[in-house]
Design a protein. Structure first.
Length: 722
């Protein structure tokens, strides 16, 4: 079988044109796979993912045989099956690098099959910078075992001992007679081999990598820059209908009355009224929109005093009992040791994900089976959601995710996919639901508004002796400090976006590096305030109060690259520092800003980021992720703040909700501290966590304005200057 494209499925037809005659049974999959070395797995023997404090718990489990994730075809090409999806983070490249290196095949011979729930092993979803850390080890183990099996097969073929052979460039070769070799394709031709290694496969050492650890151009780059790449909105099916759905004006609004007669009279329009859903469908999307406007609906919207200004008092008022995340020493003793004390409250409002691709899905229901092509980060959870919504057995639902045009934690709820699937079942035709920008903002699961209170102090030598940290509703990720403080306590009120009813006026959810952006902003702002109170340079102050060797290393590396010049803030130079840890990765940022005192406008001139992510699988991809995080981080640091009135969202497009522009872009310099002896860590989120803090600290250094609320709007800066 010839699998030429990274998204070709095992039937060797266009990945995006697979009809819903699938899902496949295990027997059918084996039959369709054709000849080739098929490393089988058992769905009966499974292992649970480790439970980690503060993380979502999952009831499903992964196959315990890591060889579930690859297949070697007759043509020598390797299909890598992963439940992860590609949404711009670049794992379509880095996962292929890991597999190719461990298996000893050319990188361009690896075809990625991503997120297809009929073909790939179950996965909880793509988020949390977990792909490399959690999927990488089983993928490498799969490749190592396949390589060992191939050596055994070749040894039988040549009638020699396996230790006389070696795997090299898609072949098994004699160590002493290089002309004596057999290709993987020859070994697999015309037969299905289900063989398990009787001993644990030996993984390569990082020092022996020839593909992983090297910078590689992203495999999807050409498709995306030429417009060939397929996204959920590019799916087309014969007879497909476009759906527009009646939406309420506010999240707590109730439908009082509705008149659909005008829409029903619209030529070619089909009206669906199903429980709370009223939808207009048409073969033309603009006609569907025009027909929707013919519907006359009245809603009852309760009065609310909550808005982006009053929300913080509300959150403090509904805060639950606290939970202590960490503590040490005695706070009273610590306070007695301090010569100078600082107590502050930091505020952070709601922030939208604002992906360029709005939530979109195309669904087809035929013969009691459903296929959905969605923009989603969670194809397998969506499979179960759709099965429940359609009253289908889960095995009768197939999810095939195309490329996803940005997720950032926001494409996990899958509402649009359920809407498309429901309408496809009711109409008997393929249906596409593509949210408008207004719907995207309205139904987004915003990053939760949060408050952080910090009381801390330093002694006469500039050493922190007290740290009392209280975080309300941001979440635990990044809340615990890494400084050398003998007397400390970190307390959390509420669990971020999972807070109970009555907390937020609309849905909240994970937003790139959830919790950590707010926590780093508060902590690193406070560290700078303590440094100023002690009369010590911000870099020197951090180094004085750190013992963590990795953090010391990234700070010094960033300082060397930036050319940091010591000085007590505010120095008038506009230079700031911030550091943090996310997804196992250490980051340190330094920034230079220019502040217009008259307007309060901030221009970020330069950002340096040093990052220690252990072994970097694709340094080129990691660099792109750092640059992307810094760019996106400019938004939440400077302008992004959702305006609302109760359940009504007032920002419904980019005319009022301002995301970063090209004119904002600073000079970005990155340093990846490549530690080949350490396991790879997350790279899709860590660099964003420092952006609010590093810009806030740079603004203070420039003009002496200490802003305690994000974003750092001109009005807030002018207020502090006044």
């Amino acid at each position: 079988m010839n699998s030429k494209d990274a998204r070709d499925d095992t039937l060797n037809i266009d990945f995006y044109d697979i009809e819903p005659s699938l899902p496949l049974s295990r027997r059918e999959f084996l039959k369709l796979a054709g000849g080739g070395i098929l490393i089988l797995f058992s769905t009966n023997d499974i292992f649970a993912l480790p439970e980690r404090s503060g993380q979502r718990q999952f009831s499903r489990q992964l196959p315990d045989d890591f060889n579930a994730f690859l297949r070697i075809g007759e043509d020598g090409r390797v299909a890598c099956f992963t439940g992860k999806i590609e949404m711009g983070q670049g794992v379509i490249t880095s996962l292929a690098q890991m597999l190719a290196d461990e298996l000893e095949v050319a990188l361009d011979s690896v075809d990625m099959v991503m997120g297809d729930t009929d073909l790939c092993p179950w996965d909880m979803g793509t988020f949390g910078s977990r792909t490399t850390r959690f999927f990488g080890p089983p993928l490498r183990a799969a490749a190592a075992e396949a390589r060992a099996v191939l050596l055994e097969l070749a040894a039988e073929f040549f009638k020699v001992s396996p230790d006389q052979l070696q795997a090299k460039e898609g072949h098994v070769v004699s160590k002493t007679q290089m002309q004596k070799k057999v290709s993987y394709a020859q070994l697999s031709q015309g037969q299905r081999i289900a063989r398990r290694l009787k001993k644990e496969a030996i993984l390569k050492k990082a020092s022996d990598f020839t593909i992983a650890g090297k910078p590689v151009l992203r495999r999807d780059a050409e498709e995306k820059v030429t417009g060939k790449a397929k996204f959920a909105g590019d799916i087309r099916k014969p007879g497909m209908l476009y759906a527009r759905i009646l939406r309420p004006p506010a999240h707590d609004a109730k439908l009082v009355s509705v008149d659909t007669s005008g829409a029903k009279a619209f030529k070619g329009a089909q009206i669906i009224e199903n429980k709370d859903m009223i939808a207009v469908l048409h073969t033309d999307p603009e006609s569907a929109e025009a027909a929707l406007k013919k519907i006359k609906a009245k809603f009852d919207t309760p009065e609310s005093k909550l808005d982006e200004n009053t929300i913080f008092d509300h959150l403090l008022g509904v805060a639950p009992e606290p939970s202590v995340l960490s503590e040490g020493g005695d706070l009273t003793t610590g306070e007695q040791l301090c010569q100078k004390m600082v107590e502050k409250k930091y505020l952070d409002g709601y922030v939208a994900h604002a992906p360029i691709e709005t939530h979109t899905a195309t669904a087809m229901v035929k013969d009691g089976k459903a296929t959905i092509w969605p923009s989603t980060q969670t194809p397998f959870p969506l499979k179960d959601q759709a099965a429940r919504a359609l009253s289908f057995p889960a095995e009768n639902v197939r999810i095939i995710p195309p490329f996803v045009g940005g997720g950032f934690g926001g494409k996990t709820a899958n509402q649009q996919a359920i809407e498309a699937a429901t309408l496809a079942k009711l109409t008997g035709k393929p249906v596409q639901v593509a949210w408008t920008r207004g719907e995207e903002f309205f139904y987004d699961t915003f990053r939760p508004a949060a408050i952080v209170k910090i009381k801390a102090g330093v002694n006469g030598e500039g050493r922190i002796r007290l740290w009392d940290y209280q975080v309300y509703f941001a979440g635990q990720r990044g809340a615990q400090h890494y400084y050398d403080i003998p007397h400390h306590r970190t307390t959390a009120y509420g669990q971020g976006w999972t807070a109970g009813p009555g907390t937020h006026p609309f849905a909240t959810g994970a937003w790139r590096a959830p919790s950590n952006n707010t926590n780093v902003f508060a902590r690193e702002s406070h560290i700078d305030i303590l440094a100023a109170a002690a009369g010590i340079d911000p870099l020197e102050f951090r180094l004085k109060n750190l013992k963590d060797k990795k953090m010391l290393r990234v700070l010094k590396t960033a300082a060397d690259k930036f050319g940091w010049k010591p000085g007590k803030a505010p120095s008038g130079r506009g230079c700031g520092i911030a550091c943090g840890i996310d997804a196992g990765t250490y980051v340190a940022h330094m920034a230079e800003v220019e502040v217009n005192k008259s307007s309060g406008q901030v221009q970020v001139k330069r950002v340096v980021c040093a990052q220690d992510m252990g072994l970097s699988i694709n340094p080129a991809g990691a660099t792109i992720q750092i640059e992307g995080c810094i760019t996106m981080g400019l938004g939440y640091a400077l302008t992004e703040d959702v305006r609302f009135k109760g359940g009504e969202i007032l920002d419904l497009n980019f005319d009022t909700y301002e995301i970063p522009r090209f004119s904002w872009m600073p000079k970005i310099e990155t340093i990846i501290i490549d530690d080949k002896e350490a396991a790879p860590q997350g790279g899709g989120e860590p660099p964003i966590i420092c952006m609010g803090a590093v810009i806030a600290n740079a603004v203070f250094d420039a003009v002496g304005a200490r802003v305690l609320q994000l974003p750092l709007t001109p009005s807030r800066i002018k207020s502090e200057l006044a």
